[in-house]
Write a protein that binds this ligand. Structure first.
Ligand code: SF4
Ligand code: MG
Length: 318
């Protein structure tokens, strides 16, 4: 596929005053191809949501570049920006918090189209909203109800319908299923997959663990404390995880087969995620890494391609 989004050495630092800087995103690089699902994974506080927002231009960047369809999203002109904001949409973790409780479902879904001056005739707008409701597995009877009348899974469907309203090419889904019951997670994932194939969408799918991302992502990037530590295809990441952090994340996923489950070794990470305000020197993972060596405290590991398309930042592979 063609590269749709290019992220190059992106940094997003927040100046906290008193000589303190929160390095939420501290130099990450990756490409996303047209039509793929790219999973961005890491514990909460690793910077993945900030990365998503910075990519969308909701936060300015501190350093580095984000290019969408060949255009720099932070410096593009007004017309390009307008088109970009239609093309890239976001789905949020908590659908309830992102839906206005005083608006009907119809108003919620119609709003972005009104803002962009689309479907000015009432019947056109109505047809479009009903179509979007059908696309996400709801129907026109839901249009005049309010968000509180729906279950979590249905609310997420409303959020998805709104994200689709402007007919985007690219969707950033920031933990879209984390707040849902396990029983409805799979149905929302299936919906996202169906919409992807019907509409040719490209996804950046943000998640805090590797359990569900495995099934939906073509490639996965693993983040830790503002850094990308490993990136490869989903299959390769599961078959041959290189970074000790990825290995620990994978070992934490339960396997349904009790025989495998029993013989498996859990890698438990010691300690807490350090603060991104004063991150560890050298390798940011070293305070919790079971393999840490002397060099890890002094030298930041380089981001290097270990095998074709498989990137890792760790001194074990240098
Ligand atoms: Fe562990 Fe060192 Fe590799 Fe960091 S560079 S992950 S501390 S072995
Ligand atoms: Mg988050």
């Amino acid at each position: 596929g063609q590269v749709l989004l290019e992220v190059k050495d992106l940094k997003r630092h927040f100046d906290l005053g008193k000589n303190q800087t929160l390095k939420a995103v501290d130099g990450i690089s990756f490409d996303i191809y047209q039509g793929e699902t790219f999973g961005l994974v890491g514990e909460s506080g690793c910077g993945k949501s900030t990365a998503g927002r910075t990519i969308m231009g909701l936060y300015n960047r501190t350093e580095g570049e984000v290019t969408y369809a060949g255009k720099n999203v932070h410096t593009m002109g007004e017309n390009d920006r307008y088109a970009f904001l239609r093309n890239m949409q976001m789905i949020f973790q908590d659908p309830y918090a992102s839906l206005n409780p005083r608006s009907t479902v119809f108003e919620i879904i119609a709003e972005p189209m009104e803002v962009h001056g689309l479907h000015k005739k009432k019947e056109d707008m109505q047809r479009r909203v009903y179509q979007l409701l059908e696309d996400v597995g709801l129907n026109r009877d839901h249009a005049n109800r309010y968000p509180h009348e729906f279950s979590g899974g249905q609310r997420q469907r409303i959020g998805i319908a709104r994200a689709l309203a402007l007919d985007p090419d690219f969707i950033i889904a920031d933990e879209p299923i984390s707040a849902l019951d396990v029983s409805v997670q799979a149905s929302v994932v299936k919906l996202l997959q169906k919409l992807q194939s019907e509409k040719g969408l490209t996804y950046l799918f943000i998640a805090h663990d590797l359990s569900m991302v495995k099934y939906i992502s073509d490639r996965i990037g693993v983040m830790y404390l503002g850094h990308m530590v490993e990136l490869t295809t989903s299959d390769q990441l599961y078959a041959n995880p290189l970074h000790p952090y990825t290995q620990a994340l994978l070992s934490a996923i339960p396997i349904p087969d009790p025989d495998i489950e029993e013989s498996r070794e859990r890698i438990l990470l010691e300690g807490e995620l350090p603060s991104p305000i004063n991150p560890p020197s050298g390798c940011v993972f070293r305070t919790r890494c079971p393999m840490a060596m002397e060099v890890c405290a002094n030298v930041k590991p380089a981001w290097q391609e270990q095998e074709p398309g498989h990137f890792v930042a760790c001194h074990l592979y240098e």
